[in-house]
Design a protein around this ligand. Sequence first.
Ligand code: NI
Length: 382
Amino acid sequence: MKKIFLYALVVISTTASAQNDALKNKVNQSADKIESKVIAWRRDFHEHPELGNNEFRTAGIIAKHLQLLGIEVKTGVAKTGVVGILRGGKPGPVIALRADMDGLPVIERTPVPFASKVKAQYNGQEVGVMHACGHDSHVAILMGVAEILSSMKNDLAGTVKFIFQPAEEGAPLGEEGGAELMVKEGVMENPHVDAVFGLHINSQTEVGKITYRPGGTMAGVNDMKITIKGRSAHGAYPWSSIDPIVVSAQIINNLQTIVSRNLNVTENAGVVTIGSIHGGNRSNIIPEQVEMMGTIRTLSAEDEKMIIERIKVIVTKTAEANGATAEIKIPYTSHYPVTFNDVALTEKMLPSLRKTAGTENVLLKAAVTGAEDFSFYQQKAP
Ligand code: NI
């Protein structure tokens, strides 16, 4: 954790003050000094996780900390979000640093003394709550960064915006939330953010190592709903039907040609998955319609556009060829853009990462077909 912590600090210090070595040493020394404090914060948050849009305790602790540091604080952004603004003593860009605050509806089964015993209501059910994605670390790290940077405010060239956002894992049913709502409520303006940084810890990366990727890093996601309408008939007389089950079978197979035949797989990966199919209720009745739901994962905006267009053509034309009709909703309920790291900015940050962790510990990583709502900030700034 310490290394990643330093990473965040060094990225910001070099961005703001053009490789000022004295400042960087000060950052490193301060980071060593408050490391135990950051670990204690993290364990406290771990023991007291809160679900998306309900991060009241977490947000309260963050806001109090930032206020004590003399940072301008705005609370209640996108429900429970906290935004801090630290204006440096020298002119420079506005850099945003983001941490997510929410836990997951997961029962914790780890033997650590700070394991969560928290229970909460989620979609009408009682669930365990756990920081199972590491957002407890992200919050503690960014609180530490705020403490150190505010202590060297006069040397800071530019402004730092600390973004603590709720509901990265998705808002509760029927609610808005997360980065999308933060952006909608203007977090990237006043002052306008020139560049935004985020980090994510994970247990597959060895302690002391940093992984990064320029370009498409985590997938853009669209969910989809496809409804095939045919004509019902007795299963013994299929010629009097337009069978939506047979049409759906053809569509599912045809959709799999998009990734294998239309996507340039040497550039980026992509995924088209149908995860749900419903039609009919008896063995001998051909139903009137079939509903399918699925997910699309892409690593560039161009691929996303191409895949959605191909899905529409394949679904409507396959239905048409069989005399059926099709309705397609993409996205159906959720859309995350691609987490796309600006290539030039990534290149610019690499020397800082290498100096901090050691060149051999900074590794190019493979893209991930999971998603991150950090991508909504990236629509406004690199
Ligand atoms: Ni996460």
